[in-house]
Design a protein around this ligand. Structure first.
Ligand code: ACK
Length: 466
């Protein structure tokens, strides 16, 4: 087990140390890019950049010559300079299949337009994506054991450039002609549709204060739609936190996850526009008169929806890291949605190591995450158990009266939260499974969803009593 230097702050929360710095990587800009906001970086084709980190569809890059400024650049505007391909117009580096298709099918491209990208499943291989008669075809470029490039094992090439040139002149052997390299649309295809002017929103009622700023109910005037506006003061927010939250929200679509609708990212404060949930957070709902009359059946129905939303994140290896009743929003007819992806990270490995001085919600956090920063889908499952406890106890604070340090100590000695009064034993059994000391033995969100759904169905059809 690694020894970690964690420190208690005055409130008893744990602040976690910075991980070791990753070496920077050298990139080149493939196209001119004009910054549209302060957090973006203007680059000229050919500029050499060091990439500090990837953030969704963007990279945080620093110029290596001239002004030495840093900022966000769309990931498809840069290519890793580990190879000679970065200088080719057809080389699009690390873009996925979907983005390649979107680009190639855009107006400015025609049959024969093509690009080469890094293969999604094998990072040392490439894929040629070609447009032909309104469709996009993808050809995997394999590497032989001696490093040669080939599409068909009948003919191989020393470099990717030779391979591309070959197929540009030998149309038939690929089946579809390779013509001109794909050209970029002038406007940015990803960020623009989300960005709206602030004048389109009329603020109507302050709903409350979240961790990162005020939340308002507003009217989206042009759409005549009631929405929630989360305001982020630039001085209070780390720009990178904001970008992470937005990137995570943009790519996720599920009826049990709060949907991002628009952004006003110019000026201060920044607005994040999401769907409005009429009953507010589950935490406050549980404490309201309406919340007090909820039966176990209602609560199980709601918990099952949360598990469903979390199963969607589980499938994408996305760790929420702050799953709790305060981050679930309730709508009409007891609809529940998972919100606040401020702490979410898209992870490639199954365990994410938290970075920087992130404050963690100890009472909801699995011991291996609180003590050793081992955040994973399974640490979210632990938090789901605590959320179930909050629900079944109608909003009680978990481990009430104990300090964060005491909580960690008693958990280490095997103690677990007790069964709340009126909580059916099969639901408490699920909570206890979520709190298994061995994270691998905790259930998946898919299994939690189906267990809760089954229990709900059995109550509903009166085959069991609670
Ligand atoms: O518990 P609440 O009433 O529900 O108070 C908090 C407050 O804003 C600060 O987070 C409420 N809130 C946050 N997002 C939304 C939303 N999308 N719809 C409705 N209320 C929201 C939350």
């Amino acid at each position: 087990m690694s020894s970690v230097n964690w420190i208690w702050n005055s409130k008893g929360d744990i602040r976690i140390p910075s991980p070791k710095k990753k070496p920077t990587q050298l990139y080149a800009a493939l196209f001119d890019f004009e910054a549209r906001s302060e957090e973006e970086l203007t680059v000229k084709e050919g500029d050499k950049l060091s990439v500090i980190e990837k953030r969704g569809d963007y990279v945080l890059a620093k110029k290596l010559t001239g002004s030495l400024e840093s900022g966000l650049v769309p990931a498809n505007y840069v290519a890793l300079l580990r190879d000679e391909f970065a200088n080719h117009k057809w080389y699009y580096g690390n873009i996925n299949r979907q983005s390649a298709e979107k680009l190639l099918l855009a107006q400015q491209n025609t049959s024969g337009s093509f690009l080469v990208r890094i293969s999604e499943s094998h990072s040392d291989e490439y894929t040629i994506s070609v447009r032909n008669e309104g469709k996009v075809f993808h050809f995997r470029v394999h590497r032989s054991s001696i490093g040669a490039y080939f599409v068909s094992d009948k003919v191989s090439f020393g470099t990717l450039e030779e391979l591309v040139r070959h197929y540009q002149t030998h149309f038939k052997s690929l089946g579809v002609p390779l013509g001109q390299p794909c050209t970029q649309p002038r406007e940015l295809f990803d960020m623009e549709p989300w960005e709206r002017p602030k004048e389109e929103f009329s603020l109507q009622k302050k709903l409350g204060e979240g961790q990162s700023g005020e939340v308002w109910e507003a009217l989206w005037i042009t759409k005549n739609l009631k929405v929630a506006v989360k305001m982020l003061k630039q001085e209070d927010t780390k720009q990178d936190e904001f970008v992470k939250e937005v990137q995570a929200l943009k790519s996720l679509h599920h009826p049990k996850l709060i949907q991002l609708l628009a952004l006003c990212s110019r000026g201060d404060p920044v607005f994040i526009i999401t769907e409005l949930m009429t009953k507010g957070s589950l935490k406050s709902y549980l404490g309201s008169p309406e919340g007090h009359v909820l039966t176990s059946a209602h609560l199980i129905y709601m918990a099952s929806q949360v598990a469903e939303g979390m199963a969607y994140l589980e499938d994408r290896s996305i760790v929420h890291r702050d799953l709790a009743a305060r981050n679930i929003l309730v709508g009409d007819d007891l609809v529940c949605k998972v919100a606040d992806f401020g702490l979410a990270r898209i992870i490639k490995d199954s365990v994410y190591t938290a970075s920087r001085n992130t404050k963690i919600p100890v009472r909801w956090t699995a011991p291996e995450a609180a003590l050793h920063q081992r955040f994973s889908v399974k640490s979210d499952v632990w938090s789901f158990g605590v959320l179930l406890y909050e629900m079944m106890s109608r909003g009680k604070m978990p481990y009430d009266g104990k300090s964060n340090k005491e909580v960690l100590d008693i958990l280490a000695s095997g103690y677990r939260l007790p069964c709340p009064g009126r909580c059916p034993s099969n639901i408490y059994h699920i909570m206890m499974e979520c709190w298994h000391a061995d994270s691998a033995k905790r259930p998946s969100f898919h299994s939690l969803h189906s267990q809760l759904d089954n229990i709900y169905a059995r109550i509903y059809f009166k085959t069991i009593e609670v």
